[in-house]
Design a binder for this molecule. Sequence first.
Ligand code: MN
Length: 140
Amino acid sequence: MSARILVIEDNSANMELMCYLLHAYGHVVLSASDGLVGCRMARTETPDLIICDVHLPRLDGFGVVTELKRDLCTAMVPAIAVTAQAMVGDRDKLMEAGFDGYICKPIEPEIFVAQVDAYLPESLRSTLHRPGMDSPASAT
Ligand code: MN
């Protein structure tokens, strides 16, 4: 199976990499490059999971997750922060703000989709992961 995943990220290189990897592993990807558009898409598109950068134009990741978690339509959708702030204090702040988890930048292509899949119900996880086949190319 695959999931519909909303990626909210303003850095085009990071966005491209995440979308490429998620798509390569069979997920359907929706994208938004600022926090306000991201929140709106979360409500209208009802994705299965949301990946959100922290530093974003118009509304940052903290604002996005606050919005998502107080709206009944989106409160139950897992929201994962993607951040370079890997220190414990920052991690705690992200979780307190409402994120369900976080992934550290820089994105590690070999493990990124597995990191994301961990937050999805089993039925929506990528079926392309196989032991010893950890890249899209070798999974085909
Ligand atoms: Mn950013």
